[in-house]
Design a protein around this ligand. Structure first.
Ligand code: SF4
Ligand code: SF4
Length: 461
């Protein structure tokens, strides 16, 4: 086991409510009768307790964007941990969100703020903020058929003796590779222990105070009791996450079988494991580096885009030539409505005839709701009512694109040059992206090397 101080990430669990019910969920979603929501004061205290922790502080759930204070929490984290790599926000329209994620939000190096999300409606509603704040995001829509290991097969029920057990427990791959965490009930040496404390109404964790995370494994003390419920360190069965089914020991089933409001209990999604027939040799241990997903890089399926693509589009057609085209969930609006911002989500202003392929693309790609998109001649304008730049506005200054554009700061404007052939990235965009990637790589490498050098100097002195 390792000290939280040696971990790359420490999580703050802001809720255990989720939009999924994955098999063998590490937060035991589907086995609770009620879910928790961390409040703002608890969150601030958690962030403050980690002020000198050098790694990434993650916001996690469940699905963290379901917490009603999510936006406020993200802002607080941003101001409390401004250092490290900057976020790389979405600007150009994105057809392949998975690829964008890989390129821009997938490196832990030098990041100080992270978000763990299964996407969904609330992620989309907060996309502008998320895109501005988090340089690292672990996104997983759980459509990839990954194998989730059974977590609730206690070693005593499997007949594993102390000598074998302690050696296995101390090598637990989750505690060694994942994170310590903070819940409203305190701070924990291991995120699964924190979730078990929630599941079984335990005594809570350590006080959330500065330096709690510097404890060594010798100081984990009574929190290690949770390992006795947990099979993460053992060779046990794994099943596809999207089966929405948990594998439980008979003893654990006895503890939860009366939770009639728990989704997995109510929906008969619990499989009781025959502990008497357990043979460790039938299964593999997970700490040998075998990834739990078959394709580690494909955590966001293209159809998840449906939750991130513009859904409701109000159309102001100033040419009168687009009657033939109708979007699902879209409506035509009048100039007065547009001026008075009487639309819920996206507004598309058409000042010239626009190809059908462009109109289709608007419904089939990810746009940042905080950005003002416009074609170079103002033929097409596209922006969202919930953009932070429009937060305090009740009315638009004008529908002329040059004036309208001024409602958004420059960094929130995007001139969409290849709007007529949107599937093709323009040469200029590709070139800019390559240059930016090279600059970023250079910066990362410089920081990494200077960090190593500093460490060596410190060690010698
Ligand atoms: S997305 Fe799945 S694994 Fe993640 S918290 Fe939700 S139910 Fe659990
Ligand atoms: S056995 Fe379970 S509770 Fe214990 S360290 Fe491993 S994951 Fe955490």
């Amino acid at each position: 086991m390792i000290s939280p101080a040696q971990m790359k990430i420490i999580q703050i669990e802001v809720t255990n409510a989720c939009i999924h019910h994955c098999s063998n969920c590490t937060r035991f979603c589907g086995l609770h009768e009620t879910t928790f929501m961390m409040n703002m004061k608890e969150f601030q205290n958690a962030v403050d307790s980690l002020h000198d922790y050098p790694g990434i502080v993650g916001i996690m759930g469940g699905e963290p964007t379901l917490n009603p204070h999510f936006a406020e929490m993200a802002e607080y984290l941003f101001h409390a941990r401004p250092e490290g790599k900057k976020a790389d926000p979405i600007r150009s329209p994105i057809r392949n969100f998975n690829e964008f994620h890989q390129r821009h939000w997938n490196s832990l190096q030098d990041a100080r703020r992270g978000l763990w999300s299964a996407l969904g409606k609330r992620y989309y509603e907060n996309l502008e903020l998320i895109s501005d704040i988090f340089p690292y995001q672990c996104l997983n829509d759980h459509k990839n058929v990954g194998l989730h290991q059974a977590l609730l097969l206690p070693r005593k029920e499997l007949g594993i003796e102390d000598k074998t057990w302690f050696a296995l427990r101390d090598k637990c791959w989750i505690q060694n590779e994942w994170s310590a965490s903070i819940t409203p009930k305190g701070a924990f040496f291991c995120e699964i222990a924190a979730a078990l404390d929630m599941l079984f109404d335990g005594p809570g964790g350590w006080p959330v105070e500065p330096g709690w995370w510097k404890r060594s494994p010798q100081e984990f003390g009574s929190q290690l009791q949770w390992c006795e419920y947990c099979s993460a360190a053992l060779a046990v069965p794994k099943i596809p996450g999207n089966l929405e089914r948990d594998i439980l020991s008979p003893g654990i089933w006895e503890k939860i079988r009366n939770r009639k409001k728990a989704w997995k209990v109510a929906n008969n999604r619990c499989t009781i494991f025959q502990t008497s027939a357990y043979q460790a040799a039938d299964y593999t241990l997970n700490y040998d580096g075998v990834p739990y997903l078959s394709a580690q890089d494909v955590r966001i399926s293209q159809d998840t885009g449906h939750t991130l693509f513009p859904n409701k589009i109000a159309i102001l057609d100033r040419t009168g030539k687009h009657h033939a085209f109708s979007f699902e969930n879209s409506r035509i609006i009048r100039e007065e409505e547009a001026l008075q911002l009487q639309f819920e989500d996206w507004l598309l202003i058409l000042n010239a005839q626009v190809p059908i392929r462009t109109l289709s693309f608007l419904h089939d790609a990810v746009f940042n709701p905080g950005i003002f998109y416009y074609s170079p001649g103002g033929e097409l304008i596209f922006f969202n009512r919930k953009a932070s730049s429009l937060k305090d506005k009740d009315v638009l200054p004008s529908l002329l694109w040059k004036k309208l554009r001024q409602s958004f700061p420059r960094r929130k404007q995007y001139c969409w040059k290849n709007w007529q052939t949107p599937e093709t990235e323009s040469f200029q965009e590709k070139w800019n992206q390559r240059i930016q990637a090279l600059i970023q790589r250079g910066k990362d490498s410089f920081r990494y090397r200077s960090g190593l050098l500093l460490k060596r100097i410190r060690r010698k002195s």
